[in-house]
Design a protein around this ligand. Sequence first.
Ligand code: G6P
Length: 614
Amino acid sequence: MCGIVGYIGWQDAAPLLLKGLKRLEYRGYDSAGIALLNGTLSVMKQKGSVGGLEKDTHTLRQEIPGATLGIGHTRWATHGEPSDRNAHPHLNAAGDIAVIHNGIVENFSALKQELVSQGYVFVSETDSEVLVHLIDRIWKSEPSLDLETVTRSALRHVEGAYGLCVISSREPDKIVVARKGSPLVIGIGIGEFFIASDAAPIVEHTNKVVYLSDGELAVVTREGYSIKTIENVEQEKIVTELDFSLEKIEKGGFEHFMLKEIFEQPAVMHDVMRGRVRLEEGRLCLGGIEDYLDRLKQAKRIVICACGTSWHAGLIGEYLIEEFARIPVEVDYASEFRYRNPIVGVDDVVIVISQSGETADTLAALRTAKEKGALVMGICNVVGSTIARETLCGMYTHAGPEVGVASTKAFTAQVIMLYMLALALSKGRTISNEEIVLNLKELVSIPEKAARILELDSQIKSIAERFKDAKNVLYLGRGFNFPVALEGALKLKEISYIHAEGYPAAEMKHGPIALIDEDMPVIFIATRDNTYTKILSNIEEVRSRKGRVIAIANEGDQEISRLAEHVIYIPQASGPITPLLTVIPLQLLAYHIATLRGCNVDRPRNLAKSVTVE
Ligand code: G6P
């Protein structure tokens, strides 16, 4: 997804901007550009990587040496193909205003038509270009206005989402920034300020930040910043201290962020539980929802909305909450929920789950649920994210920054949160205190079991070598492990580009069985729970059609080795908690298959880490 950086201060802006853009690469992008201001305004932008841009900015930097103000952008195409001219920043015809923009201008074609009829010439196919011409037009009609005011007036015409930065050689000592639906953060240094679409480019310079809220516009100078609403009402903002360090977002010795994040899972599991699981007291302390727990327990129904991997965590949440708390749960794709006039009201609780806390569809589902009167709760990883701020109550997963586009540690953190939530909703209602303590004891034993699974990495890599050339892979699981089958398949397709599908194992006979032959690897999650014998029958069905079986099974299971070509043995755990373990070999398998195929696992093609547009 697009990324924004900006700098105003006393240092050479170009290297700072380029480094900042590199920190944002993990979000996914197809082109990049920067604008520098030092008396004159100069832009360099092109299709391709920030590394490529860095080489070419050499000339630009010679043209305007010593610029201490600039803005930079990584673009992920929405309107118009990835190309040099569609890359940001966009300039007005006179070349004295530059704009970078994240989000989508929904009424761009009406605005464009109007501007074209007034003689404006568009050089790109982007929606974003209308912004710079709009600002230019307003400024031309009232030249006495300042950049802040003309930007504010321009934004009043704009429908849609934006996080944007505007600079101009007519007012060479400021950056005007504004936000509606697309995140923006201002980092506060000494005599310098950093602007970015998330904290990753800022954290190495300062840990003091201010998050802009929707509908706010800020003017940042070397002396300070002022924040007002688009309607020109002054805003008092809280300065937040970032609580993660740069090392945490670097690779820490692993070849890829994804592998690092897979291996971080035992530690993350501890972090998620820290202070929340009070084993000695036999209880849970879920600070972010404590005041609402009684209302949550009284819910007639819980609806979980999310996208991608978070949706899979939501499916596991459905099984967990229904199993323990006996409250009916529905799980909806956020994108479907928001557009189907959902039946939801004051008796319902809507839980939105999002690693980034910025996913556009999930945010819209949250707002729809709120409008309809539901109690909206969030489970997010990114502190201060929009979803976290807009939900009535919620819990942070504390998984740390997740850089790999394919989500791994955030998923397991979400599942632990849902496990704790299900138990908290059960307390005093559906299960005894003794059972809660037993379940909590099992939960705290999980990180150590996860660490043992990670020791199987080389075995999993050798299995990956055998299956790396597969064209299709089927993932089957039942009960709590059905969503894990979906997640395993998603991981593989996201990063290796092999077609993969997850199914509830019993559904195999209603379709996927037709695909099975000697070229079809089938991955079974066959842990010992109440569906174990059924899974064995499903494995037999695949074997009799010459399918190649890989099984995830419990240590000590001899029977399965007779049936499967490869078995990955994991520690014993009870059914509801197994997803936290069974998913790990599937993450590793996807990772190794993808790297063996030479794929860029951290930044898979066409995917973005944070999908802040529809
Ligand atoms: C993108 C990412 C996925 C993620 C999904 C939802 O598609 O590539 O890894 O699961 O968005 O993101 P969220 O931040 O809302 O969990």
